[in-house]
Design a protein around this ligand. Structure first.
Ligand code: OAD
Length: 242
């Protein structure tokens, strides 16, 4: 059996990384996610966008993968499962730290940085941020450009290689598990549609309803860390009921 797991911010929420659209108590609650994750937002307020990502970069290093990430990594060891591919919209590294070996990041990484002018990779020091701050000066490249996180913002193209690898994995999959994503950001949200169109079983795990819920083969209304550890055992009987 070949499994693809499409994950979003919800799987990392239980590790203490707030989701994009649910950071109600956070310092950035007053900002639309678009303002913090778009080229326009960066051009208008680079110090605000830099502070948001620098904080998340440090936060992610201080938290651990949870049972959801760990279960997905453990599936690789189960006899009869040929392949487990993780396609993630998350920019954290919690799937890798849990032990998953094939992880495609559709929206980039909090651990890579580049110049917004000359595109050179940046490997310089990053200032510590122990508490969230609303503004921080981005470092400068030797060319004078500003250093930005290597993250795909609204208005930018997905990186070709991880996208193509994700499409290939979904085309080969026997089971697609969609976990912790609001399913509203394309093209990632198109992967479950692609799987359903080719007759692949699509299981959604999300405590809330999403635009995918009504068309998914099965929608499990639980958190990632509650649902994933038992999912494969329970799947045959759950599928018989739909
Ligand atoms: P969102 O914040 O939009 O959605 C998180 C989803 O996780 C919601 O549907 C929640 O109901 C669900 N959720 C919350 N806690 C959960 C839990 N414990 N277990 C399972 N599900 C849970 O995050 P994404 O869908 O990942 O893009 O957002 C998609 C993209 O929009 C992000 O990658 C980012 C953002 O703007 C870019 O930066 C380009």
């Amino acid at each position: 059996m070949r499994i693809v797991v499409l994950s979003g911010a919800g799987i990392s929420a239980e590790s203490g990384v707030p989701t994009f659209r649910d950071d109600k108590n956070g310092l950035w609650a007053r900002f639309d996610p678009y303002e913090l994750s778009s080229t326009q937002g960066w051009q208008d307020h680079p110090e605000r966008v830099w502070a948001w990502y620098l904080w998340r970069h440090h936060l992610v290093q201080r938290v651990d993968p949870n049972d959801g990430h760990r279960t997905v990594a453990e599936w690789e060891k189960i006899t009869g499962i040929e392949d487990v591919t993780v396609v993630t919209q998350n920019v954290d590294n919690l799937h890798e730290r849990a032990g998953s070996s094939a992880v495609h990041h559709l929206h980039g990484s909090l651990f890579e940085f580049r110049c917004d002018n000359c595109d050179s990779a940046y490997a310089g020091e990053l200032p510590e941020m122990l508490e969230p701050e609303l503004e921080a000066e981005p470092p400068q490249c030797t060319c004078g450009g500003l250093i930005r996180p290597d993250i795909v913002w609204f208005g930018e193209q997905l990186p070709e290689r991880p996208w193509q690898a994700s499409v290939d994995a979904v085309q080969r999959a026997d089971l697609l598990i969609v976990v912790g994503t609001s399913g509203i950001v394309y093209p990632a949200a198109g992967l479950p549609e692609m799987a359903l169109a080719q007759g692949t079983v699509v299981v959604e795990i999300n405590p809330e309803e999403t635009p995918l819920s009504s068309s998914a083969t099965l929608a499990v209304r639980q958190s990632a860390s509650d649902a994933l550890p038992h999912l494969l055992q329970q799947l045959p009987s759950l599928l018989k009921r739909v």
